[in-house]
Design a protein around this ligand. Structure first.
Ligand SMILES: [Zn+2]
Length: 238
């Protein structure tokens, strides 16, 4: 099992660690700052720097078996198990994912319906809701989200037992993505007193870090499903 350094500190950008497995371009390490694709959040990119100071690009990060994390390096990396490397994230990209991911939590607060899917990107993010006949106004929802952002709620994470989650099934808002299981515990993310849900992703520490946001579109996806897409409000940020 790879130690996931970002679960304790999402702001950690670099980490010295030791390579454990090399399978062609795919490299595993004892610990990692790289988030592996999952829960709608893309895998991190960045670099590994080896002992000789040679830098190798990390193109993508994926989940392996049994809680292991696999980093996809460029083919000719030449690294071996036992080598020490310094991992470094493509921080602007990851930080944008953290901001957008946290914004989608706020969207699930503003739109209190079941979530049927979602995707996080550095420029845009979206959630699909089982909204039925309820209609939403783009401008009104944008204002509501920006008010939640500006309120600067603290974001924190903790753990509960799987049995506790099973006894409180209403905590799971996302029907499409089941919380990761297996270690007997579930990671819960709290935003102020407005949101509490299982999540294994990376978030900002306070909602004001998200910055101004805009509802780009609300589209029909079938009879009951509505896709709500968020983007950065560049008119306000630039
Ligand atoms: Zn989350």
């Amino acid at each position: 099992m790879t130690t996931l350094a970002f679960l304790d500190d999402a702001y950690l950008q670099q980490l010295a660690t030791v390579i454990t497995v090399v399978d062609g371009a795919w490299v595993e390490t004892e610990a990692t700052v790289f988030y592996a694709m999952g829960g709608g959040q893309p895998g991190d990119s960045g670099s590994f720097t080896g002992a000789a100071g040679r830098q190798h690009r990390v193109l993508d990060t994926r989940k392996g078996e049994a809680g292991r994390v696999c980093h996809q390096l460029e083919d000719d990396h030449g690294l071996r198990p036992g080598d020490t490397v310094i991992q470094a994230l493509d921080w602007p990209r990851r930080y944008a994912h953290m901001r957008m991911h946290t914004a989608l939590h706020l969207l699930s607060v503003a739109v209190p319906f079941g979530v049927t899917g979602g995707q996080i990107g550095a420029d845009k993010g979206r959630l699909d809701f089982d909204l039925g006949e309820t209609s939403l106004d783009k401008e009104q929802l944008s204002s509501q989200l920006n008010a939640l952002i500006a309120a600067n709620h603290a974001v924190s994470a903790g753990w509960i037992g799987e049995a506790e989650l099973d006894a409180n099934p209403e905590l799971v808002k996302t029907m499409a993505v089941k919380p990761p299981r297996g270690a007997g515990r579930i990671r819960m993310v709290t935003i102020g007193d407005i949101d509490y849900q299982p999540c294994g992703g990376t978030h900002v520490a306070r909602t004001a870090e998200i910055g101004p946001i805009r509802v780009l579109s609300i589209k029909n996806r079938g009879a009951r499903n509505r896709r709500i897409t968020l983007g950065w409000d560049e008119e306000t940020t630039s």
